[in-house]
Structure formats: structure tokens, C-alpha cells
Design a protein around this ligand. Sequence first.
Ligand code: FEO
Ligand code: CA
Ligand code: CA
Length: 771
Amino acid sequence: MTDFMPYNEDQELDNNTSDNTHFRDILEQRMSRRSLIKKTASGAAALALASSLSACSDDDEDTNVTPPTSKEEPNTKPETLTFKAVDKNLNDIVTVPEGYQATVLYALGDSINPSYSNWNADADVPSGPSFQFRSGDCHDGMSYFGLSTKTGRYDENASDHGLLVLNHEYINQTFLHPKGATKKDGRRPEDEVIREVNAHGVSVVHIKKNAETQAVEIVKSSPFNRRITASTVMDFAGPVAGSPLLHTAFSPAGRQTRGTQNNCGNGYTPWGTYLTAEENFIGYFQRSGTDQYSARSEAEKIALKRYGLGLEISYQTEKNADGSVKRDAKNNIIYILDADGKKIPERDEQDRIVYLNKSSRYGWETAEAGFESQDMYDRWAANVTKESATQDYRNAPNTFGWIVEIDPFDSRSNPVKRTALGRFAHEDCRASRAIEGQKFAFYMGDDSRGEYIYKFVSDATWDPKDVNGGYRAGDKYMNSGKFYVAKFNASGTGEWIELAYGKNGLTETNAIYPFSSQADVLTFARLAADAVGATKMDRPEWVAVNPENGEVYVTLTNNSNRGSSYATDPANPRNYTDPEGGKGNVNGHIIRFKEENTAATSFEWDIYLFGAEASMDPTINLSNLSDANDFSSPDGMWFDPRGVLWIQTDDGAYTDVTNCMMLAALPGQVGDGGVVKTVGDQSTIAGAQVTDKNLRRFLVGPKECEITGVTMTPDYKAIFINVQHPGEDSKSFDAPSSHWPATQTDMNNKTVRPRSATVVITRKDGKAIAG
Ligand code: FEO
Ligand code: CA
Ligand code: CA
């Protein structure tokens, strides 16, 4: 066992003497950013950052604070990209630039507990319960947290030890089970369901890096290692906690739920906690056709429909012997079978409409309990089955779709769902820069076609003493504040419209939904955003905040319906077809905006980058992409603290030419381009065109994968990415179309099944990545 113990509150109560250490950590953090500020920040941003330094009594750059990284390589942004661009390719490996190496660190089924060996993909699939101690599937958002080996707490500057925290968004059933997913008599086997539930959620993995070789390995015996799954107990905090909307049989008071799922993008806080985003949560719930006839209120039905649990009407009719539709004496069509094929008893005319069951994605609600309690499975069926919401799971879908805060250093407390940040298909959650005395903004996208961009602004202003404040700091900055949605104007300006009960028409008399509380507004944020006329975007995915100037970037991955269901507009300007028949905004774009400060209610915007094939017409390839940097469907995105922007793709449009990829970028700023006309004569505001000096392909993934999740050690010598769902188009468990990661070391390996995995990339000369 190691010397490190996970944080617990008792420990902190004894830790007053460690305040000096904490202060030194903060000081180091400030000092290590000094060179960045000097070199790159300008104007108001520089002043704001400089003022945040004023609390440091020792203003001498040659202070006796020891920087954690080697002195010969300052942590500064490169002037230009110099690594050799990786060529587009369809190989079944992770390709990185010459002089770099990619090593698989943590693949599906790998163990984080010494009692379990790693999953050998050639051998038997491990049991469902053992996945509580194994890597989940479909690795996604990810952040590195430096670990102080002295205190066992967060140290922003530690590169030798750290906690890698990552999402497991969903599962590839084909490869997760011995022979794919099975069902018997309409029910899922319990072991499979347990494996699937446990393969969701989040991993906390203690890693260490060799300062000489930069080799990274998992500290398997570390007590920090932990899995959070779709059944881990979580608390609610913020305005919706305790609301009747969250009442369930599990938590009649509406203060807790079990699990987090479909964890897609992520974020992290300056106080050292992880934020995981619950994206396509709604598909995990079943709803029966009869639920429409239940005690559901009209408001509930509106909300269920808007979030994707509305029920479809069936028009099955009874037939006469000659095949004609049977009619009753009044010439009404006689129905109609319900979804189970049973005839519905005579009712009044209205009841002749039959609603079809909505099935859940994985059928977890069908499992028959043996190992677990039946309640663990029943909770995935969102139906009125009892007299009150405190007795059934009609409200279960309301307990998902939130931003969840996880303190990786505190394994004793429950993760916290932060309801003040609204409920929708959360893709990502990025905090604004930590500037002493300023409010935080958290920027968030709702990844569905035509959905919105949101921000939450804290009431509290940043106090660096809250570093390592854990969930209590989260309570301070994330429970109380203002919640907004973005509206983009044609002129290059935009506004944040506040979503608050009683404001902007969000009242009981609203035509879209009868809002009766702030809990209503937050839980049904999409309806509130509809009501105030927010701008419908091309699938907002990840958000990144430029550390130099605070500008906010949002990937808009693509939208096949732009130009059909959604008219083009300046912020979502392209509608075209590609050679493979893609329609609408085929290749996606990255929009960005700047605000006076984090609490601003207006902004200026432009489009930093347009995805395209290099050979496309200049009215489509507006950023002038070349073979060194053309890409499609931006999704994952992160500014490293130096100011290098990392862009990742989850694509289906350019995959005839290349697998998904990651690019490095050195962007300019809002307004560095100008007004342009795109295909169809739609005008927009484009950023400056790029060159291969400031946008370059860094990596290409294996077959049929998505590249997602990106983080680095603070010395910039190791970068971590996730390969999600390699071989996802495989028809069967025994016919994989990718064998990665086995192919990473043996390209002739043509038998094993593919696995999602975390990859660490280092330089063979041990220097800084893209440095
Ligand atoms: Fe999970 Fe929107 O990607
Ligand atoms: Ca994504
Ligand atoms: Ca995506």
C-alpha cells in the first residue's frame, strides 16, 4: 500500500497546520503563470490577472518558491506549431507525430484494485460486480488533478503523482459481454445489467509519472482509486434539491438519487474538483403507453415530451375479414391494440388513441433481481404506478441530466448534483478563469440539434483560500447564482437571457409551460430557453476558455437539419451537401465569444473555425483548411493552461478518408477576421483564416473510434486522450472491425475485440508536448 490516504473530513479538521502549505501551493500557481501573463495577456485581462497576483507579498520573480517543472522549459505557449503534422489515415492505431509515442494506459475492464487482474480481451469477460473495480466503457471527458504526496490533497503543480478522472459515457454491448447483449423471455440477465451499470460513470485513477522517462503508470494499490457508477448514491444541492420534482421512492424528500450516467464532457474547478456532464440520460428510461392515462399532469406530459420521453400514438386498427378497417355503429374506426397486443376495453372516444411504450436503451428495467434488490432495476421505468411520487419512480428522469461535482480527493462523501446549473443533455461544463474577487461563470452546451448554450454565474466571488475546499467550496460557488441562455444576434453581438422564475415571462401563465418555481425553470431549462427565444444551435458540444483573454469557445459538431428544420442564421450559417450525401452543416464549426467580465449579460462573437474537407469550395472551407489540418465534426476541446487549444473529432462525414483525430491550435481572438458570405449567400462573421502554423493535426485514432477527453500534467510533458468505441460498426462480437488497442503493439493481431481506452502521449526526448 502507498502512504497516501484519500481525504476525509476528520483529516481536514486536523489540518490547520497545513495552511501554509496550501498558501505555498497557491503562490506557486500564481508564480508559474507569471511568465504567461507577461508574454501574452494584454489590456484589461492582463490587469485583472495582475491584480489577482497582488495578494502575493513577495512580488519578486526570483522568489524562493521552487517551480515544480524543469527550469529549462518554461510553461509558455509556443509561438508556432512545429511538430510534423500527422497525415489523415485509416489505420487501426493511434498515430502521433514523429518523435512522440502513444501508450495505452487504461482500457475497458482494466483493474484499479490489486485483487483483480486486468481484463484480457482474448479470455473470459469478467463478472458484472467486478466492474466496480475495473475501467468502465466508452471513455470520454477527462481531467488530471495533481496530487501532493505530502498532504494527499490537490496540488495544481504536481506532475509526478496525480488523479486522472474520466467519464465512461455509455457501453458497446457487442463487446462488453461474452456474446453481446442477451435477453431471455423479454428480460435482461442480471449479471449483464450489473456489468452495464458498473461500466458507466466515472473512474478516479491514481497515476504516477517518471520524471526522467516521462513513463506513466497506474498506482494500482492506491486507496484513491475509485469507480463511480450508475448506481452510486449522490446528493442534490442547489435550488431543486428537495423539490417535489425529485421525489422518488428511493428519496421521498427529493435529496438523493442513485447513479450518474451518459457522462460525456467534463470540467474542473479551481478548488480541485471534477465536473461530469450527464448527456443523453433520457434514453435510459422506459415509459409505458398507459402512463399517458395516469395521474400525470398536463405540465408533466409537456416536460416529458420536450426531454424525449413523450409517447407516440399508435394507429393500429381492427380489420374485417376482407382486410378493410372495422368501424362501429357510429362509423368510428375500431381500434386498436395496445403495445402488448391486447385489446383495450371500450372507453370514450378520446381513449381510442393508443400510446406506444417507450423502450429504454438497454432494458435495465427488465432485469429480475437476484443479486441486487428489484428496486435497483424498477427505477429505470418512469411510470406512475403508486399513489404518490414518493412511492414510485415517475420522477426518476428528473434526477438525471445535471452537472455532477466529484471531489476525487474525498471518497467518503457522496458526489453532488448541482441543480443551479440546469437540466438538459449536458455535454460539457467549463469554469471561467479563477480571478480573485471575480464571479465564476460556468459555460455549458446542450448537445442536440437546435439546442442551446447556457451559462451559470456564481453569486460568490473567487477566494483562492478555497483551493482544496471540496464540496463545501462547491456549495459556495455552484448553488447560488444566475442562470442564462445565449441569444446570438446577426450583428456579431449576443445576449445572455436570464432564466429565472418570474422574469422574462417564466411564470404560471407562460404559453409553453406553466412555470411555478425556480425548480421548474432549472429542471425544465429547455422549456425556459424555448420560452425566451434563445438561439437554436448546431449541437453545442464542448466548451473551452482561453486562459489568455477569457474568451469562450464552443464546438458545434454538425447539424444535418440545418437548412431544413432550422433555417440558417449568422451563428449557424452553413447548409450544403458533401460528396457522400451529408446534408445541412455537415462538418461543424467552432463559435467563440468575449464578454466584458464573467457576469456580463452581453457578448461579441465570431466563428473561429469551420470544419471542412480541404478540397471543398471556399464558400464552405471558409477557414482555408489544408491537408495538414482539415477535419470534420469538432467535439472535444480544451485550452491547456499555456493557451494551446486541443480540438477533437467525433465524425461520420470524413471517415471515408480518415479516422477521427485531434488537432492543436493557436487561435487569435474574437474579431480577428470579418464578415464573409458562405454557401447559399448567408453572411456570417468568420475569424481569421488559419495556416498550418496555427492549426495542425496532432493525432489520428484507430478505426471507427471517436477521439475525446484531453488533459495534461502541469509540466506539459504528458498529454492524455481517450479513444472511444473503436470498431463501433462491428456487426457481431466475433467479427470486430477494429482490434485496437491490441493493434497498437501488434498490427497483425486480428482476433481480439476492441476496447475503449485512455492513451498517454509523451515525447521521446522528454520535452513539453507541442513545445
Ligand atoms: Fe457525448 Fe455530444 O457527445
Ligand atoms: Ca461529445
Ligand atoms: Ca459527438
